[in-house]
Design a protein around this ligand. Sequence first.
Ligand code: SF4
Length: 661
Amino acid sequence: MPASIVCPKCDRKYTIEEYEKDKFCKECDTLLSVEAGENKGTWRDLFPYEPYQPQIEFIEDVINTVTKGGVLIAEACNGFGKTIGSLSCLLPTGKQIVYATRTHEQVRQVLLELETINKKSGKKYTAVNLASRGFLCINQDCRELPSNEATEMCHVLRKSGECPYTHEIDQAPSRLPAILGRKELVDEGKKRKICPYFLARRMAKEAKVIVAPYPYIFNPRIRMMTGLDLEKKILILDEGHNIDQVGQDILSDTLTERNLSAAIEEMKLIGKSPRYLNRLGEHLLRTTSDKPKLVQPRKLEEDFEKALKVGIDTFIEGHAQLVESIRAKKLQGGNPPISYLNGVLEYFELIQTSQKNKYVGLYTKNYFGAPVIEYRCLDPSLAVEPIVQLADGVLIMSGTLSPIATFAEIIGQQNAQQKVYDPIQKSDKIKMTIDTGVSTAYKERTDQMSSKIGRALEADLKNVKSGALIFFTQRAYMGRCIERWTKQGIIKTRNGLTYLGGKRFFREGRDARQNRDIVSTYKMAAVSGGAVLCCVFRGRNSEGSNFPGDQARGIFLVGVPYANYGDPLVKAQIQYFDREKRGLGNKWYTMDAFRAANQSLGRGIRSKDDWCHYYLFDRRYYQQRNLLSKWAMGDGVKRRASRERKQASFKKFSDDTIIEL
Ligand code: SF4
């Protein structure tokens, strides 16, 4: 007899004793049997559609690599069915799946796909959204607070028994919905007087699929706090093109004037002298000038010790015990027991415990002009490698990983299986034209060049149906182009409305709310008569926003989005990779630019039947077209030399295009 019995419908596990007491599943009333756990079926029992050949290839690769404990890095376009394909072939393994993704919308999508699988197969695979406290808390006294304060407040409310919602949940409540998204967790929590946040944590112990945001996966502290153990689990990192940056961000920290001032106030609150923190504050002011300055970690440490006049260990040791007193005092005063001193100490602990040859310090100013000292991790593999080691099979997938070999190398997974899959969209519907007569490379970024691009773009826009997006390399450059195109009449005003290429003209908003309003007006205008939206690469509308169908039938890239070479952190990153392997720094720099470009192109294709035409205004795209995602090229790349250039040098050609397949 097996050690446990698994329900064939919902996969809930039972001990032999439980099985002998009641032969029916508590969740779904299915009759249990000793053999039930053995027959898991195949992906074909779960995949709800007739699969296309590239999908079969993808699924077979996942089976051959991930289910055997390996790592697969997979690039396939939007609408390919990566989520449903991977779940269909991983669920039958019987292993728990941790599915990491970025936005709430993406979480919703994963849960919907699982629901489709359940409907098709008649099974009842369970899933839970292991979301943050801020997203799930239903206690008014806590839920409105900023996240760090909410954590502390929740702790206090629980300790004092003032939160009316049960948080100690030993036994999984019975008859919960199989799929627990935010709505289900909150509804059940309210109905049963259970905290949805702790309910999610409890259900994560046995749900077949745990859907969690990236920080839950990469941050070892959060993993420990939430009890999310990756051992023996299959890990899917969706939207995987972000993992290098997310991993580095999680392993980095910043000392700010604001945190120091708040920590100084805390010391005063408990009647302790803040002299060491004052010294750090003076150091911060002394060391930051308008010009950001890189500093090696050893030197950074020395600078701090000189400023403190004691060793960093002594500083940490002398202050660590004060954190609890600060929290207690704040509580007495009716405030959330958050400690900024604790944040300062964590920053110094990171400096002390990190691998110094993989970090760099930066004296700089933040967005508001206040001095800060960043301590930045330069090696994404430090974040990726440990979780790959823990999990029992990893799938890293995205629509934009090209150039995939460089991506694998920089995250330290060069030995992983890597593959780019053919799109399932009809390739004749996707067209790419690269204008090689223009470039926004620094030396060529003149007013004449922007006029030339503007005129070509105006002509092309007339051939684009409905909506079109234009991506610029920087906000300032976008502003200059718009100003010039307006002066030259390329952007026209009629009856108080502006137009470009005969389409209503919009420009993305600066903050989230303003942008949301502009995008929603743009979308309505795009589908009802045609509109164009100007955006910047790596901005609000290049990632996480969707423009399906007529909302984007044309996407224009103005320039290649290389990161600012003058940015000291970019320089430090290039130098770091070059130290690791000759030439890797430049490969990373180029990969980063093309990844941002591919990401923007991806806004136009959101499903299998979607289509879009791409116009790339920069000859550097043509020179390095092997770095563009395969799905974006459709039947091939059409090269076009702009008219002026052709007339000057290539008069004898009547055709200005070359088709490259
Ligand atoms: S226990 Fe749950 S409901 Fe209560 S404060 Fe904490 S997160 Fe909110």
